[in-house]
Design a protein around this ligand. Structure first.
Ligand code: FCB
Length: 469
């Protein structure tokens, strides 16, 4: 995706009062098990790679852990009430595999299944559709000990787990997402090592990426055999632009687009790896881990694609660092990432709503047609809980408004966008950043676990009810 930054994406005079979404549009909020649940030792839950990682000193800012998080495991009824106040139609959450299969295989842990069963029932009672993600990064530790995602067996174990839990919840849950952001699991987990399990073995990240997708394909097949209605996957996509039009910068953008976006989109939606990606990686590794039939399994039709969008990458050709450091960009370590000096969120991520428009229209143009959902979008800012009990987060409201408008522009151009999930319902454990970054529509006081709807949440409640801006 090159030099599209100056394209028709910008709509200078978009009248926001005209922004109406189609009837039946899905409005939701999203969370993930390790980020909100806490209760890590309760009711037979086993350890995940995130428990191990977070308890390794120096891995997480402030050495925070998910041990307690938002205590959602106990407070979910209150959290469901908050969702009802927000007027959302759907709640996207993930299942903690180690609650359901503490060893990552075999017998299901009845108490773990029961928790999710109660959560699903509680949502349905309030008229909120559960939208389940099977894997949002909390791999059972015993499976990592056996090799983790770089090992093929993990894909088989994932499909077994998926079928077993779908068998218990599938009667009440229509929408199933296999994986959240396999890029993060593979590259942050096994290449740069900034996420669990913290390994820094570049080629292992590519093997992990393949086995994650294989696990997706095997799980999707198993769920369909059980009569699942809607099965999809969520990927995190970024437009990747070259900082100049030079051949070298454009090549840098092509390489990063390959390692970030096309490494997943092509196998999932075309049944092949991009030739240029394989050529880029040839000096570093072979692809012997790809077996006959894998790509057909991975390429089985999707009922929807979930897109998580946060920002854009702008890159330039640089020089290979003299002291190699672990990076996510296996085989392309020389590429440099450029900041443009535009406003950023508390994550340091540049605020670029046009990038959402570009991402949705690109997927549609190059890989579609298929139903799309924005399964995550949102922003961290330095929120303050004022003395009068309000969080005046105009920055977050404005961020969301601009991104909703960008998504709407994609819709008006024919993209089959069916819904939008805000990240996140609650402030929560933001991975390597611990509790220092707040993404919620609802503020959480981590001392008392008190929840306070932020101003952005009040505003969002109007959007969901008006189905427009
Ligand atoms: C995404 C993750 C989600 C959250 C947001 C900010 O990459 O899927 O869990 O951390 O980023």
């Amino acid at each position: 995706m090159t030099s599209s930054r100056q394209s028709a994406a910008t709509a200078p005079s978009q009248d926001l009062s005209q922004v109406r979404f189609p009837e039946g549009f899905v409005w939701g909020t999203a969370t993930a098990s390790y980020q909100v649940e806490g209760a890590v030792h309760e009711d037979g839950r086993g350890p995940s790679i995130w428990d191990t990682f977070a308890h390794t000193p120096g891995k997480i800012l402030g050495d925070d852990t998910g041990d307690i998080a938002d205590d959602h495991y106990h407070r979910y009824p209150e959290d469901i009430s908050l969702m009802a106040d927000l007027g959302i139609t759907h709640y996207r959450f993930s299942l903690a595999w180690p609650r359901i299969q503490p060893e990552g295989r075999g017998q299901l842990n009845a108490a773990g299944v029961d928790f999710y069963s109660r959560l699903v029932d509680g949502l349905l009672e309030r008229g909120i559709q559960p939208w389940v993600t099977l894997y949002h990064w909390d791999l059972p530790q015993p499976l990592e000990d056996a090799g983790g995602w770089p090992a093929r067996d993990t894909a088989e174990r994932f499909a077994e787990y998926a079928a077993a839990i779908h068998d218990r919840l599938g009667d009440r849950v229509p929408d199933w997402t296999t994986l959240n952001e396999p890029w993060c699991s593979a590259f942050l987990g096994y290449a740069s090592g900034v996420h669990a399990p913290g390994r820094t073995e570049g080629p292992a990240a590519l093997r992990a990426a393949h086995h994650l997708m294989l696990g997706h394909g095997l799980a999707a097949r198993a769920l369909r055999e059980q009569g699942a209605r809607d099965v999809g996957i969520t990927v995190n996509l970024y437009p990747v632009d070259p900082v100049t039009d030079s051949t070298a910068d454009r090549d840098a953008a092509r390489r990063i687009d390959g390692l970030m976006n096309r490494v997943f989109l092509d196998p999932l939606l075309r049944g092949s790896y991009p030739d240029d990606l394989l050529a880029d990686l040839a000096p570093v590794m072979d692809f012997d881990h790809v077996r006959d039939g894998d790509l057909a399994t991975i390429n089985a039709p999707l009922d929807f694609l979930g897109v998580n969008y946060y920002t854009r990458h702008v890159v330039r050709a640089g020089t290979r660092p003299a002291e190699p450091r672990p990076t996510n960009w296996v085989g392309s370590e020389d590429v440099e990432f450029v900041k443009r000096g535009i406003p950023v969120t508390a994550m340091g991520w540049e605020i670029d709503p046009d990038g959402l428009y570009e991402t949705l229209t690109r997927v549609w143009r190059e890989y579609g047609p298929l139903p799309l959902y924005v399964t995550e979008n949102g922003a961290a800012f330095d929120d303050k809980l004022d003395a009068d009990g309000r969080v005046r987060d105009e920055d977050r409201r404005s961020y969301l408004e601009q991104h909703f408008a960008a998504a709407h522009r994609a819709l008006t151009e024919g993209v089959d966008l069916r819904g939008y999930f805000v990240w996140s319902l609650l402030d929560n454990f933001e991975w390597a950043f611990g509790y220092s970054r707040r993404f919620g529509l609802v503020h959480v006081d981590y001392e008392t676990q008190a929840r306070t709807l932020k101003d952005s949440g009040r505003w969002f409640a109007e959007i969901t009810r008006a189905n427009g801006l």
